[in-house]
Structure formats: structure tokens, C-alpha cells
Design a protein around this ligand. Structure first.
Ligand code: FES
Length: 79
């Protein structure tokens, strides 16, 4: 498997908190989107750490084809 699974074709909004770290699912197989639940085991993918620098709402990519991982860049319109 070299292509990530499209978990959904729209981003997932999350309220992140300053100083907290989040592990974004890169493979698309997690059942806890947009975050990693360990389902990538045995695949070519591993989660990506996101360190929140501000308390705000961010839009995590759920199609897993973003060019700005882990955040949405609109790529879901092309998958
Ligand atoms: Fe997808 Fe961990 S479950 S990267």
C-alpha cells in the first residue's frame, strides 16, 4: 500500500490547545479520525505530530492527500 486511504472527503475541525501535541493519522485507516489509533501498523505510513502553538480551531486533512499535512489544503476536491 503506497497510497493513503481516503477517510473522508472533507476536513475535520478540531479545537486544539496551546502546548498540546496531536498525532495525525497519515494512513487514513484510523477509526478515530483525524488522529492515529495505531491502525497504520504494518503499512508504509506513520502518524505525524502536530504541536499546537495557539488555542484555536484547525482543520485537519481527512482525505490524507493534502500537500500541507496535517492540515487541509483543499486537496479533497481532487481525490
Ligand atoms: Fe493512520 Fe496511525 S492509524 S497513521
Amino acid at each position: 500500500m503506497s497510497e493513503p486511504v481516503v477517510a473522508q472527503k472533507s476536513p475535520i475541525a478540531v479545537d486544539v490547545e496551546t502546548g498540546k501535541s496531536y498525532w495525525w493519522c497519515a494512513c487514513g485507516m484510523s477509526k478515530k479520525q483525524p488522529f492515529c489509533d495505531g491502525s497504520h501498523k504494518g503499512s508504509a505510513f506513520s502518524p505525524l505530530k502536530y504541536d499546537a502553538e495557539a488555542t484555536k480551531k484547525v482543520f485537519f486533512c481527512a482525505c490524507k492527500h493534502t500537500g500541507k499535512s496535517p492540515l487541509c489544503d483543499g486537496s479533497h476536491n481532487r481525490v
